[in-house]
Design a protein around this ligand. Structure first.
Ligand SMILES: Nc1nc2c(ncn2[C@@H]2O[C@H](COP(=O)(O)OP(=O)(O)OP(=O)(O)O)[C@@H](O)[C@H]2O)c(=O)[nH]1
Ligand SMILES: [Mg+2]
Length: 435
């Protein structure tokens, strides 16, 4: 396909935001949120041809922005030849319907746009299930009117407009009942995914390998950081929601501390709640993590607001009790005021590697429980284990009875190697080792 035809296929969109004193900060639009919306639009494959920020006391019930502004948007749509209007604020299904009729182009909101991006990006089975479920839940109350409109568009042009990709296309004609059945089935499938995850988690916990989860606003540099630490080879591009599926790698922090570290989907303002709900199985991992690395793009003037959004989502996911390190990333490009610093805060550049040693040391300090005193009961035919302990650990005592009873102090790694012989559990005994 040539660039020219690619260009033709892109949706040309007008962006609209409303700032009203009656709306909360989270619900409101601003220049900054519209800028972010434009980045989202580009991520979805669209191009912005105009944007409107409206100020009002309070949203208008029928059209959200008021008749006058609707006419203005309609004129802009006409003048720019736009085929899509994206609202930064959340629209009710009926507002969306009325606006689509009155501005002369398809109208979607930020939630719809984000869902579309997720639909394009999801790669794994789990990711797809989650996005599909969120899309159906989003579409269900919007069935009336919207369906017919979209079916015609999809059928006629072959072009798949933003906001209509994914499960919608083939199921557009089907009725609500069918969609409800789909939702029930997807929910069931995801339950299964959750169950499998719980089993995996169980196994991991038994192995005592600490889990570190990297979270943060989209584009903060999470994947770049995981790559820098583990050479994971995850694509890290300068676009929003590049990563949708969790990647987990092992990371050796020190001889006695190996952790599992995962990259997760990025957070964003006004993340559709259906999506948060649907991605719970993935994000639930946060609540089970031993440590959360909250990556913040320190070079972004909006970093404070972004960090707040992430904190709010961490709370929503029930992971507020998980210990956290704040990782101020992109130290190579930010200028100006010094970012916060403290015991749980580290400044790094995932790109140049600056500060990574300090970050590793901080992770180690949190998760390395040091050394363990273990009591082992080793069968005589496995006597080699004792030799290994003499090499790798500090053997306190050996008694020969029906089996060989060994008390030794060793690091986590050695404990892992001999764990099938451990009978008395283990307790950290760093002091002893340091004697
Ligand atoms: N200058 C600079 N750029 C960085 C740094 N870390 C990441 N980036 C860039 O920031 C962009 C986003 O990086 P990613 O690692 O994909 O960000 P992410 O948080 O994984 O993003 P999503 O998966 O989309 O949520 C890429 O263009 C990176 O090259 C850094 O320390 N310095
Ligand atoms: Mg990423």
């Amino acid at each position: 396909m040539t660039d020219h035809t690619m260009e033709e296929k892109r949706n040309h969109a007008v962006l609209v935001g409303l700032h009203a004193s009656s709306l909360s900060q989270e619900e409101n639009a601003s220049d900054a949120t519209l800028e972010e919306l434009e980045a989202l639009l580009e991520t979805a494959g669209g191009v912005c041809v105009g944007s409107v920020l409206q100020n009002r006391e309070t949203p208008e019930a029928r059209t959200f922005i008021g008749e006058g502004k609707v006419a203005e948007v309609a004129a802009l749509v006409q003048a720019q030849g736009a085929d899509l209007v994206v609202f930064d604020n959340e629209l009710s299904p009926s507002q969306q319907r009325v606006l689509t009729e009155e501005v002369g182009a398809q109208v979607i909101d930020r939630a719809g746009l984000i869902l579309d991006i997720f639909a394009q990006r999801a790669r794994t089975k789990e990711g797809r299930l989650q996005v599909e479920l969120a899309q159906y839940k989003y579409l269900l109350p919007r069935l009336t009117g919207m369906w017919g409109h979209l079916v015609r568009q999809t059928a006629s042009g072959g072009k798949s407009p933003i906001g209509t990709r994914g499960p919608g296309e083939t199921q557009l004609e089907t009725d609500r009942r069918h969609i409800r059945r789909k939702i029930a089935k997807l929910t069931e499938d995801l339950e299964e995914v959750r169950r499998i995850r719980a089993v995996q988690r169980d196994r991991r916990e038994k192995n005592e390998i600490p889990v570190v989860a990297i979270v943060g606003y989209t584009n903060a540099g999470k994947s770049t950081l995981l790559n820098a630490l583990t050479h994971a080879g995850i694509p890290a591009r300068n676009r929003l929601f590049d990563t949708l599926d969790t990647t987990t790698r092992t990371l050796e922090i020190s001889d006695t501390c190996t952790v599992l570290i995962s990259d997760t989907v990025g957070f964003i303002r006004k993340l559709p709640h259906h999506l948060v709900e649907a991605f719970k199985a993935t994000l639930e991992e946060l609540a089970y993590a031993d440590l959360i690395l909250h990556v913040i793009d320190a070079s972004n003037p909006e970093w404070r607001e972004q960090a707040e959004v992430v904190e709010a989502l961490i709370r929503q996911l029930g992971a507020e009790a998980t210990p956290r390190l704040e990782v101020f990333n992109k130290s190579d490009i930010y200028v100006g005021e010094i970012r916060p610093h403290g015991e749980d805060i580290v400044s790094i550049s995932a790109k140049t590697g600056e500060g990574l040693d300090q970050l590793l040391a901080m992770i180690g300090k949190r998760l390395d429980t040091g050394f363990y005193r273990v009591t082992l009961s080793v069968p005589y035919d496995k006597g080699g284990v004792v030799d290994m302990l003499y090499r790798e650990a500090k053997v306190e005592s050996v008694e020969y009875g029906q089996t060989i009873q060994v008390v030794a102090v060793c690091g986590e790694k050695t404990v892992g190697q001999v764990r099938e012989y451990v009978i008395d559990g283990w307790q950290p005994s760093k002091e002893f080792w340091e004697d």
